[in-house]
Design a protein around this ligand. Structure first.
Ligand code: SF4
Length: 345
């Protein structure tokens, strides 16, 4: 669809799009697709992006919301958002090859929940109701966790006799987190908080880049799916920064035709870069694109250990079949592989 008004310029946020956790999860699922006969099953959307999920469906991946839907013995991948301990156990009991693509930064929060709950803490957890990451984290110690989302939720919590800890979903809007955290610290002055908040680097970097340009923009386009928490946090932040026209879109086909002036563009952590480029092409800015970089991200999360072992074993077997010595095999080329490149056209 053609733009009816002129976009003057695009201010493009950096960092944007795929984070290290999403890169790892997408590549891990792609490795699973290569290693096993179809179908590979994936518990929950591998990442919260409609286009990525559709792409994997076209590669023969079946997404399920219940492990009971997976036929016995079939390979299962667990999503990047982290799964409840009983889901992990059910997947393993299914007799399948199970790879958990949980982001290590979500695992860190699970670990903290486990440790604090064992020590008898009451945990005030800031997270969105029903979000898969929050559901999985709360399931680690349901009897110890109290989920809150607002200052009012904190006010309604009882006084606890036990020590308290404050933990959070990794993808919250910084402002949502800060207000609720302040309220919790006021209510429980001795509350334990990790040295760095649980909001992950990818979330905070993308929000910082947006804040850097929001006041220069007439409109803002945030690329990502409706169920992506960090995408919604970006859109919310753009609105709170005074930008009146904020559009969350899956891709260029959802852009409004009357967008004009200086347009900010960013993408949530699970949105592919080729979609960003397609959006810019559709916006067709007359004065071009100015990329505004607040920091470089060079984090890399390797594939889950059992997947690495499996792939190395397959590589070694393939070398033997070719008459090569397995030790001559190069390291798994995962690090230098771009997750966008494993999504088929
Ligand atoms: S947004 Fe943060 S927590 Fe989520 S996958 Fe990316 S790095 Fe991990």
């Amino acid at each position: 669809m053609e733009q009816t008004q002129k976009v003057e310029k695009v201010l493009l946020c950096a960092p944007r799009g795929f984070c290290a956790g999403v890169e790892m999860a997408i590549k891990a699922l792609a490795w699973m697709v290569k290693a096993f006969e179809a179908p590979v099953y994936c518990y929950h959307e591998i990442v919260h992006n409609k286009l990525v999920v559709e792409n994997f469906k076209s590669q023969g991946v079946v997404f399920v919301d219940n492990i009971a839907e997976v036929p016995e013995g079939k390979p299962i991948m667990l999503s990047a958002h982290g799964s409840a301990p009983e889901v992990v156990a059910a997947a393993k009991a299914n007799g399948s090859y199970v790879v958990d693509a949980v982001c290590p930064l979500v695992t860190k929060v699970h670990h903290e929940v486990k440790v604090r709950s064992k020590k008898g803490y009451r945990i005030v957890y800031v997270g969105h109701a029903g979000h898969e990451e929050a559901v999985g984290t709360m399931a680690v110690a349901p009897e110890s966790i109290h989920r809150v989302e607002s200052v009012e939720d904190v006010a309604q919590l009882p006084e606890f006799e036990e020590p308290t800890a404050l933990l959070a979903q990794t993808t919250l809007s910084h402002r949502d987190w800060a207000d609720v955290a302040d309220a919790a610290k006021e209510k429980y002055p001795d509350i334990f908080t990790p040295t760095r908040s649980d909001l992950c680097f990818a979330t905070t970097n993308r929000q910082a880049a947006l804040m850097q340009i929001a006041n220069r923009c007439d409109a803002f386009v945030v690329i990502g799916s409706a169920n992506s928490s960090n995408t919604n946090a970006l859109a919310q932040l753009a609105r709170e920064s005074g930008c009146e026209s904020v559009y969350r879109v899956n891709g260029p086909e959802e852009l409004p035709t009357d967008i004009s002036g200086i347009v900010g563009v960013t993408a949530g952590a699970s949105a592919p870069e080729h979609v960003v480029q397609a959006v810019i092409k559709q916006l067709a800015p007359q004065d071009g694109v100015e990329e505004v970089t607040v920091t470089q991200e060079d984090e890399y999360f390797p594939p889950p250990r059992n997947l690495r072992n499996l792939l190395s074993g397959l590589e070694a077997a393939a070398s033997l079949a070719l008459g090569q010595h397995p030790s001559n095999q190069p390291e798994l080329p995962d690090r230098y592989l771009d997750a966008s490149s494993v999504l088929v056209d």
